[in-house]
Design a protein around this ligand. Structure first.
Ligand code: CAA
Length: 271
């Protein structure tokens, strides 16, 4: 998602963007994808070659947080692991100027918990983008307990500059989107597990019957079954209600390494 967020920041908001990843291979893969999206924009006449070059000129990379230099605004988009995120926020607040705003794209983890690892928790906020970021119009904004009004205002202004509509959520597990979406996906897994219907019939019912672009099982593969499981675990653990218990089948698929589109197999096969 980081590549999508950075692309929108450079292309729509006109910001200078630095991508940071400790894996050079991941950075190369991400930038190749970004190039393909920009090439499609040119091919479809949505931007000129000159504009494409200007956007590219605003984009750079760094191999580590220590080498970022300076930044007004950072958006972290690593996987859903609270310890990794807390380590990153501690490191970011050591190397960046005091006024830098540190946003996390977490989809369910407590902003307050991530912020408490930073030197200035008042500068930390949740900025939850939807996938695919260049296409989806929404960003959930989640202030933590210590987030300042100034951090909130600057974040709302940036999201607007990026052409996104914002909603605001309390810092509660899953925020708005995943509090509603993940139990829906989890229930679809339970329906499959119980043999209520085939995967195709579950998806077709919800796609055509409730006018969604994807059925819940296709969407789960698209999001990543490991991500869905991680979010369900946060809902279950933090809210303590058995209605959020992850489906056994979801756990089983993740155990098998069937993570969805990204691994070539999930609920469906992606040869
Ligand atoms: N990055 C950038 N652009 C992408 C993209 C990606 N990963 N995937 C698709 N697109 C673009 C395509 O390039 C295409 O753009 P153009 O029209 O300019 O060519 C456009 O999206 C439509 O794509 P397709 O024609 O290939 O396919 P489609 O019409 O079936 O749309 C879809 C694909 C946009 C993904 C659509 O199926 C959809 O909206 N699905 C639901 C997505 C959704 O619900 N997302 C939220 C997930 S939950 C989440 O993100 C939060 C969380 O915490 C888990």
């Amino acid at each position: 998602m980081g590549i999508g967020i950075g692309l929108v920041a450079a292309r729509v908001a006109g910001a200078r963007v630095q991508f940071v990843d400790s894996s050079a291979a991941q950075l190369d893969k991400g930038l190749a994808f970004l190039d393909s999206l920009l090439a499609k924009d040119v091919a479809k006449g949505r931007c000129t070659e000159a504009v494409r070059s200007e956007i590219k000129a605003r984009i750079s990379t760094a191999p580590s947080i220590a080498q970022i230099g300076s930044a007004d605004f950072v958006i972290e988009a690593v996987s859903e692991n609270v310890d990794v995120k807390r380590r990153i926020f501690a490191e970011l607040s050591e190397v960046l100027p005091a006024e830098t705003i540190l946003a996390t794209n977490t989809s369910s983890i407590s902003i307050t918990k991530i912020a408490s690892a930073a030197r200035r928790p008042e500068n930390v906020i949740g900025m939850h983008f939807m996938n695919p970021v260049p296409v989806m119009k929404l960003v959930e904004i989640i202030p933590g307990l210590q987030t300042s009004a100034q951090t909130l205002d600057t974040t709302l202004a940036l999201a607007q500059r990026m052409g996104k509509t914002t909603t605001r959520s309390q810092d509660v597990p899953g925020f708005i989107a995943n509090r509603l979406l993940m139990p829906y996906i989890n229930e679809a897994m339970i329906a499959l597990q119980e043999g209520i219907a085939t995967r195709e019939d579950i998806d077709t019912t919800m796609k055509l019957g409730t006018n969604n672009p994807m059925g819940p099982l296709t969407l789960a593969d698209f999001i990543g079954l490991d991500t869905c499981l991680a979010i369900m675990r946060v809902l279950h653990t933090e809210l303590g209600d058995s209605k959020y218990r992850p489906a056994v089948l979801l756990q089983k698929y993740v155990d098998a390494g069937w993570l969805g589109v990204k691994s070539g197999r999930g609920i469906y096969e992606y040869p």
